[in-house]
Design a protein around this ligand. Sequence first.
Ligand code: DQA
Length: 165
Amino acid sequence: MAEEPEAIEAPLRIGVLHGPNLNLLGTREPEIYGSVTLAEIGERLRAVADAASVTVAVVQSNHEGALIDWVQEQAAGVAGFLVNAGGYTHSSVALRDALVASGRPYVEVHLSNVHAREPFRHVSLLADRALGVVSGFGADSYDLAFRGLIQYLRRPSQAGSHPRS
Ligand code: DQA
């Protein structure tokens, strides 16, 4: 009997969005966010991406409109988004609209457990349309969310439904 040809996994491209004040990681409230810098988080994500044959497009901005422009620009070229919108998680209808309009699945990420903090952080304008939410594992939240998104995008049921680079 002829052997099944091995499935060739084409590289996926994933957009990684870091919102306001995340450029300060490492020195910003380390008792809440830890001492890992955004550059170190980027290196860790890149290692996961390389191992999984995934490419990434990364943005950090303190400006809501810049993040929205970036989501709109990337939407056609990525299979999904990993999103730590920082404070905009709790306030930005416009960023939510941009992510939903992208038509791409996204995972919401937080270093801290937002539900164990101030009540205004318990509300997320992104969560109900997210594929999943990972919150409270420090820098590991990113790795966990990234792996979860990759696994989701690689499921056979998703094959062909997302752009690849
Ligand atoms: C955060 C949680 C948000 O409430 C906060 O505004 C941030 C960081 C986190 O990663 O824990 O900026 O998204």
